[in-house]
Design a protein around this ligand. Structure first.
Ligand code: GAR
Length: 187
């Protein structure tokens, strides 16, 4: 059985889809959920699903090796950033080189980088007059939204789209593709 570690800062809808996808799988399980926010919705999901949860200590995360050790002790095969808003420190990137992936709600390299998350991304995409948006699933390196692309999926933008309607279209793609890519990388 392979072990997935999920890092998330928000409501955790992508984390939920990944948990659901692997619930009765013999391939892998979500063995820990880590969040930088003590009141993040994803921690409620962890509790309901009886998955061990960790609230990340900022000082330890950026200066120590507590979390590298924890992930290693849990036999983590893949680290999945599912709406995680902190940069991943170099020691974690190096310890799990090629085994950390992120999902971004736009077509990178456009509309990425610090501060580009959630609704800010969709607002920027619409303000730029783009005709399409989508998702990018990519490997994580030491820069924001910068590692090698694994998958991009697109959706059309219509003149009447708002940040909310675009967010919903992008979320459909995220929920459809993220669990499948996690599975593909674990096989
Ligand atoms: C997702 O849309 C994900 O692409 C985005 O956060 C959302 C988390 O939603 N990530 C970023 O913007 C990273 N730059 P969720 O908590 O419902 O899974």
């Amino acid at each position: 059985m392979k072990n997935i570690a999920i890092f998330a800062s928000g409501t955790g809808s992508n984390a939920q889809k990944i948990i659901d996808h692997f619930r009765s799988s013999g391939l892998a399980r979500v063995s820990v959920i880590l969040s930088n926010k003590a009141d993040a919705g994803v921690l409620t999901i962890a509790e309901r699903e009886q998955i061990p949860a960790v609230v990340i200590d900022k000082e330890q995360f950026f200066r120590g090796d507590t979390y590298v050790k924890l992930l290693q002790e849990l036999g983590t095969d893949l680290v999945v950033l599912a709406g995680f808003l902190w940069k991943v420190p170099a020691n974690l990137v190096q310890a799990f080189s090629g085994r950390i992936i992120n999902i971004h709600p736009a077509l990178l390299p456009k509309f990425g980088g610090k501060g580009m998350y959630g609704h800010f991304v969709h607002e920027a995409v619409l303000a730029a007059g783009e005709k399409e948006s989508g998702i990018t699933i990519h490997y994580v390196n030491e820069k924001y939204d910068d590692g090698g692309v694994i998958l991009q999926e697109r959706c059309a933008i219509l003149p009447e789209d708002t940040p909310d309607t675009l967010a919903r279209k992008v979320q459909v793609l995220e929920h459809q593709w993220f669990p499948l890519i996690v599975e593909r990388l674990l096989k």
